[in-house]
Write a protein that binds this ligand. Structure first.
Ligand SMILES: [Zn+2]
Ligand SMILES: [Zn+2]
Length: 253
């Protein structure tokens, strides 16, 4: 079933379930496996409780819920201009090179995978929307999105995390705040991501969104999907513009 063509609930399977799981990545969040189990139900329940303010959430993605998800997307647009690679040569989203190649001398682990993914992982951006929602006291800017292999070369950097698998967020400093306040804000936001979006600090667990710890990223928030299994990092999960992120479909239920 395509997204929008039926009410989605427990035990359903298919592309519409996968789409729902992606869109609710910031409300607890599970793996986009297209199989509606307890994890997906929790996502829907959290969204209904927190965003829709339902007193008695049902965990069933009915018409009202699907419409509210679209409204949520409208409310938090993402600036793709800020996400594009600035190397001046790749067009913004790498060149699709180095699939299945890993950094020399490193294990064949996603952290060292050199593939230039075709855009930014949609789950990351949907989860960022939830951060905007859950932390309205902060103003955010995306300070880093895509950095392709050429950009890495230009800057003498080796990490491949920003080949579509990561973004960096910054909290705009309030007037009169100093670096220590800034660090506290970033820790706050990491807390939101752990508590609300099921992220982890560091990269220990598989299939969870990951945050660089404060000693690596004191005054910004680095957020990535490098702990996901390859099946959750397929090309179809990546997007290059707002239309691709939202993948808006008519709701006909
Ligand atoms: Zn580039
Ligand atoms: Zn980063």
């Amino acid at each position: 079933m395509q997204y929008g063509e039926r009410v989605i609930e427990r035990r359903h399977q298919g592309p519409d379930v996968e789409e729902l799981q992606l869109r609710l990545a910031g409300f607890r969040g599970t793996v986009p496996d297209g199989d509606f189990g307890a994890g997906t139900e929790l996502q829907v329940t959290k969204f209904q409780q927190d965003y829709m303010k339902m007193a008695q959430p049902t965990g069933v993605a009915d018409r009202a819920t699907l419409e509210a998800i679209d409204a949520f997307a409208e409310q938090y647009p993402i600036n793709f201009q800020a996400l594009r690679c600035t190397c001046g040569q790749c067009g913004g989203w790498g060149q699709g090179r180095f699939k299945g190649q890993y950094r020399a001398g490193q294990p064949k682990d996603e952290a060292f995978h050199r593939y230039e993914y075709p855009g930014i992982h949609r789950m990351l951006l949907w989860a960022v929307r939830a951060v905007f929602f859950y932390a309205p006291q902060h103003k955010f800017v995306i300070t880093c999105g895509y950095r392709c292999a050429i950009h890495n070369q230009q800057k003498g950097r080796t990490s491949t995390n920003h080949h579509g698998k990561a973004i960096d967020l910054d909290v705009v400093m309030h007037p009169g705040h100093d670096k220590r306040d800034d660090m506290r804000c970033c820790n706050d936001v990491r807390g939101v991501l752990v508590e609300r979006c099921h992220a982890q600090i560091g990269w220990t667990a598989r299939n969870r969104k990951a945050l660089e710890p404060a000693d690596i990223a004191p005054t910004w928030i680095h957020y990535d999907v490098r702990c996901y299994e390859p099946k959750y990092l397929e090309n179809r999960f990546f997007c290059q513009d707002l239309a691709g992120l939202n993948a808006r479909r008519e709701i006909r239920v």
